[in-house]
Design a protein around this ligand. Structure first.
Ligand code: GAP
Length: 554
């Protein structure tokens, strides 16, 4: 279970083994941006390829949809920068903003709707202050605040960690208020958030409860809308006329090409259009490693269908997407499908669900990996109105039956079901799920990645770098590379002790290692080592390729 896994240990492995690096690290990094190293880039490509294979090339593993026919999908690849009117029509220009609060003390900005989540999970001063409360909080019957401990905290750690918290600036007043308010109240166990808000509030009687800055403890300002789209200019002058935006989602590129796809291919509704690529959001508080970044990759499908069939298609995609994440290694209690409540839905939506994963930093809660939304005809209608181009669809398979047995046809605006996945969050969830510590092993940390996702598919090791063993290893490597090199990396390594080489492969998530030793020359057998069990067996060298093909499912 990932609840007990340490995010620090996972991040350290990601850096050490070349999965994820901080972007621009040699210049001190840039907040909200991450680069993938050799193993991470290959892992993410494997995830993207799996999505492409199972959503576009062989949608839903060849399954039939609710209409009784095989699901049909085609790809597009659309621009990051679109005509600004695209974002006017989609509603992003007017509405894509987060409520944000500025700290007058340190100038830090914080998302208003995530304030307490940020304070309770990531604030240094909160973590140390809460230790002072622990005994009182445990006694829910007669809570008592130990003023002397808090005073000590305010004069030592508080000065460094939260210099602008009212408790630090004016401890006597705050503590006497707090004591009369909370101590010995038999019916009301102290609520941590309420207590901390008291500690932040300098002029208690005049201002009431206020919220502290997660960085310095000062009272935050009132929320203001903060636009999430990155702006730039296309053309020579940096004028309003030339202002353009980096896309905040790949989906809109599909809607604006819907008519072209229908007119230039023979595909008929119901069908899907898939689009993968980078999206950009100027997130106010990028955090939790790659989970909330400012540049990230999406894999989105817009599936167009007749309005009357849309609810069935919504349920079909919702269930398939959940099954898909399970198929690549996220099975178990860490993965859930959360159906949105009616009051969470957009006015045009008949249903939305999120596939959520329990990351170590969200535990015991969950974080969204993918949203599956019934978007009705909202997007096509918006683009039709704003572009003044007709985007409806003429369906020759519907309408009244004609005397010749054909159909009269029906014109309608298709409804859209949108499974929208994040590849960076997907890669992070797969790494967190795969991360395993087994102290009984010589090298306790390893990644139990699904073979389809593992960046390195196999490793070939000559036990010693002499006696003709490297030559046998080279020949086996060439054979495996020719067969499996298109789906992932194959290693061939003769350096270091065999234990260290196995440990490196375990940390990289490589499922199988094949070792050539002295016996290989005599009986043409090699040792195959299983990453998850650490067990070894001997097999004829000629059988290795077929063995690996079966294990990798190719
Ligand atoms: N077209 C619909 C759409 O974009 P979304 O829920 O905003 O919906 C879809 O985004 C997915 O993109 C999310 O489930 C998540 O996996 C990923 N995503 C969104 N914002 C992200 C961010 N700041 N960093 C990393 N991934 C993000």
């Amino acid at each position: 279970m990932s609840t007990a896994k340490s995010m620090d240990a996972i991040m350290s492995l990601c850096k050490r083994r070349g999965f994820v690096y901080q972007a621009s690290e040699i210049y001190g990094g840039i907040n909200g941006f991450w680069d993938y190293g050799p193993l991470g880039a290959q892992l993410k490509k494997n995830l993207r390829d799996a999505w492409w294979q199972d959503m576009i090339m062989n949608p839903c593993w060849g399954r039939k949809g609710p209409n009784g026919e095989r699901v049909k999908c085609v790809p597009v690849e659309t621009c990051i920068i679109q005509h600004p009117k695209v974002w006017e029509a989609s509603g992003h220009l007017a509405g894509f903003a987060d409520p944000m609060r500025k700290c007058p003390g340190c100038g830090h900005f914080v998302r208003a709707d995530q304030l307490w989540d940020i304070i309770t999970t990531g604030s240094e001063w909160f973590a140390s202050l809460i230790q002072e409360f622990e005994p009182a909080l445990e006694d829910t019957k007669t809570p008592a605040i130990d003023a002397s401990k808090l005073l000590k905290w305010a004069r030592s750690k508080g000065r460094k960690q939260a210099p602008n918290l009212a408790l630090v600036k004016n401890p006597e007043v705050v503590l006497s208020f707090l004591a009369t308010r909370i101590n010995g109240q038999p019916t009301a166990p102290p609520d941590v958030v309420e207590i901390i808000r008291h500690l932040a509030t300098a002029q208690l009687n005049a201002t009431g409860l206020q919220d502290p800055c997660p960085r310095c403890g000062d009272v935050l300002g009132t929320p203001a809308a903060f636009k999430l789209m990155f702006e730039t200019y296309a053309g020579l002058t940096q004028s309003e006329d030339n202002k353009v935006y980096l896309r905040p989602e790949t989906a809109q590129g599909v809607f604006v090409q819907f008519k072209n796809v229908v007119d230039t291919t023979r595909i008929k509704v119901p069908f899907g259009i898939g689009n993968t690529g980078k999206s950009f959001r100027n997130e106010i508080t990028p955090r939790n490693f790659t989970f909330r970044s400012r540049e990230f990759e999406q894999a989105e499908l817009e599936f167009f269908c007749h309005p009357d069939e849309s609810l069935e298609w919504y349920k079909f995609w919702r269930d398939f997407r959940m099954e898909w994440w399970k198929s690549i290694g996220l099975a178990g209690e860490n993965l859930i499908l959360r159906e949105h409540e009616k009051d969470e839905l957009s006015f045009y939506s008949k249903g939305t669900s999120d596939v959520e994963y329990r990351f170590p930093f969200t535990a015991p809660g969950f974080g969204e990996l993918e949203g599956i939304a019934h978007r009705g005809d909202y997007d096509l209608t918006q683009h039709q109105t704003h572009s003044r181009n007709k985007l409806d669809y003429f369906d020759t398979t519907r309408g009244e039956t004609l005397p010749n047995g054909g159909k009269k046809g029906e014109r309608y605006m298709p409804h859209c079901i949108e499974p929208a996945a994040g590849l960076d969050r997907g890669a992070l969830a797969l790494i967190c799920e795969a991360y395993t510590v087994d102290s009984a092993r010589p090298s306790p940390e390893f990644l139990k990645l699904h073979p389809r996702i593992a960046p390195i598919k196999a490793a070939v090791f000559p036990l010693m770098d002499k006696d003709g063993l490297p030559e046998i290893a080279d020949a086996l490597y060439d054979k495996l590379f020719a067969r499996f090199g298109r789906i992932g990396l194959i290693e061939n390594d003769a350096k270091q002790s065999i234990g260290k080489r196995y440990a490196r492969m375990d940390e990289a998530g490589c499922p199988y290692c094949f070792t050539i030793d002295g016996d290989t020359k005599a009986d043409q057998t090699v040792t195959v080592r299983d990453r998850d069990t650490g067990q070894q067996q001997r097999m004829n060298i000629d059988k290795v390729e077929a063995f690996l093909a079966e294990k990798l499912g190719v």
